[in-house]
Design a protein around this ligand. Sequence first.
Ligand code: NAD
Ligand code: UDP
Ligand code: UDP
Length: 318
Amino acid sequence: MKEQHSKRVLVTGGAGFLGSHLCAHLLAQGHDVLCLDNFYTGCKRNIAALLDEPNFELLRHDITFPLYVEVDQIYNLACPASPVHYQYDPVQTTKTSVHGAINMLGLAKRVKAAILQASTSEVYGDPQVHPQTEGYVGHVNPIGLRSCYDEGKRCAETLFMDYRRQHGMRVKVARIFNTYGPNMHPNDGRVVSNFIMQALEGRPITIYGDGSQTRSFCYVDDLIDGFDRLMKSPDEFTGPVNLGNPVECTMLELAAMVTELTGSRSGIDFRPAPSDDPARRRPDISLARQALGWEPQVAMQAGLERTIAYFRQLREAG
Ligand code: NAD
Ligand code: UDP
Ligand code: UDP
């Protein structure tokens, strides 16, 4: 639905999985969208359908470098999100979160824009409290393989809150839990895309560890609705706020769901568990319910069906 007052909105990481859905959502609301990406993990395919829209602009840029543009709102999503990608060049991952946040906050400060940070459930590390509430300060290894991502995102949260306290800026922090859906990269390495691609190609489903670890998966449309509500919430509400689906499942259960829904005969290939792999993760979304009136609407089966259809189409397109 079109909004009355259209805004100029910058989406960093706009050619990625979540960013591409957000750009489409903002355009549908009548906003001018400036999509920024360095195409590290994002791809043009995700935004191909948007390129002809008159209100859409694409800028190739790396947010670790300063950026001078005039906008009203910023969604800061730029950062590789899959462990395979963020561990490929860990120094760049930390720079993207930390230098990137400083640059985008500096920009927001100069143009007086509201700015939303895509933070993560990884700020909780391997949690000792279950489910995770925003008040839990986390259990993070500062020197492990996941630290470039976890600590980078934690530092970005620090910067957001300090820019708010020091400069009175309008900031919003969303702690996103595992999200899936169309436009995930097929070779992204994340569990939902891996399992679906393996099932569709008749390859064994790779389960890391014994498959008893849990995650809680949120369908992308629900997440984007959460972003929208958070950006529109009163200035006093900064978060951090958990955005995720509280329905928890084990990786064994996920593998069974994917094989059933794809009709695949793939077996299971158990591989060693990666280091620092969190054993359990489930959001407590009481705050999002109360402050944003938000909760996920799309059940796992419906979301997986849409995602499987997307990957099928991608394979057929070659
Ligand atoms: P993604 O990898 O698909 O998208 C990230 C995008 O950022 C890509 O298009 C990439 O090219 C771009 N990018 C990376 N570094 C950049 C840089 N230095 N400058 C400019 N662009 C850069 O990942 P996603 O799943 O869409 O995640 C988007 C954001 O949401 C990330 O910040 C991620 O940490 C966060 N998040 C995602 C999830 C999830 O489950 N998808 C969960 C928690 C947090
Ligand atoms: N910055 C930017 N675009 C702007 C304004 C600032 O990219 O429109 C970057 C610039 O690199 C700056 C950083 O944001 O160093 C932080 O800005 P801030 O105003 O907080 O601090 P400064 O370093 O300018 O004192
Ligand atoms: N995982 C798995 N097989 C895969 C990819 C991932 O069993 O092919 C596991 C991984 O070890 C983790 C869970 O699935 O326990 C979620 O992994 P993902 O990389 O998607 O996200 P994150 O660990 O960041 O939550």
